[in-house]
Design a protein around this ligand. Structure first.
Ligand SMILES: [Zn+2]
Length: 236
């Protein structure tokens, strides 16, 4: 028996792009193209993607995109995600860490100038008499998704719009940023984007190496606090 495919969750859709957006380690161009295509094609008008459908697949544009165009798209995606978080995102030693260079606005507002939209009615069968319909029939008839929103446009605008739209979907509270110290500079944070599975707390660190650094930092802070207490006692 062939089991029906479970719908892809919003975190799983975003998870197709995040390793590339973080670029740590760098993702081969072939993998980027494959994941971009799976991501774009997953916007099929279902409830999981908020009844949004890609009108025609951008498969040709994805295969033709130059490495420079892909890199420009990656930069735009990074900016969209980064500036969706408030500028002051972490506290370290009692001080806020600001992740926004001076002059940058929050949130990032931008034009998606190539996008075109349309709608199609999905032709939901109505119960014969709504007053006599069961509550289940009524709920199904009135549920969101009577129409599907269609969108088409240039690859970069399209992917950016899909990501922006996806972030409002159920389960997307799991996007966070790695709070571990940055490699080679403990004054800064790693700040890679992390997407959890949607079940339980999102992970605090993006990788094993970051977990080790975060743990070492916690130990160092505890040691400093203990030394401070000893010094204060000695002065009394
Ligand atoms: Zn990290």
């Amino acid at each position: 028996m062939v089991m029906p495919k479970a719908p892809m969750t919003a975190p799983a859709r975003l998870g197709l792009l995040l390793p590339w957006v973080n670029a740590a380690p760098p993702v081969p161009v072939g993998t980027v193209r494959r994941h971009l295509r799976a991501f774009a094609e997953s916007f099929d008008g279902s409830a999981e993607v908020g009844h949004l459908r890609s009108h025609g697949t951008p498969a040709h544009e994805i295969s033709q995109a130059t490495p420079a165009a892909l890199e420009a798209l990656r930069t735009r995606l990074r900016e969209l995600l980064r500036r969706g978080f408030p500028p002051n995102i972490d506290v370290k030693d009692g001080q806020w860490i600001n992740d926004q260079p001076w002059g940058q606005t929050f949130p990032l507002m931008q034009a998606f100038s190539s996008l075109r939209f349309g709608v199609i009615c999905m032709g939901r069968p109505a119960p014969r008499k709504l007053v006599r319909a069961s509550s289940h029939e009524r709920r199904t008839f009135r549920a969101p998704g009577a129409y599907t929103l269609l969108v088409e446009g240039d690859l970069a605008d399209l992917v950016l719009f899909f990501v922006a739209h996806l972030l409002t979907a159920p389960g997307m509270a799991v996007v966070s940023r790695c709070a571990a110290p940055a490699p080679n500079n403990w004054e800064a944070r790693c700040h890679r984007f992390i997407v959890g599975s949607g079940v339980g707390r999102p992970p605090e660190c993006c990788s094993g190496a970051c977990r080790v650094r975060a743990h070492a930092e916690r130990l160092r802070t505890l040691e400093r606090e203990a030394t401070g207490r000893k010094k204060r006692k000695g002065k009394r």
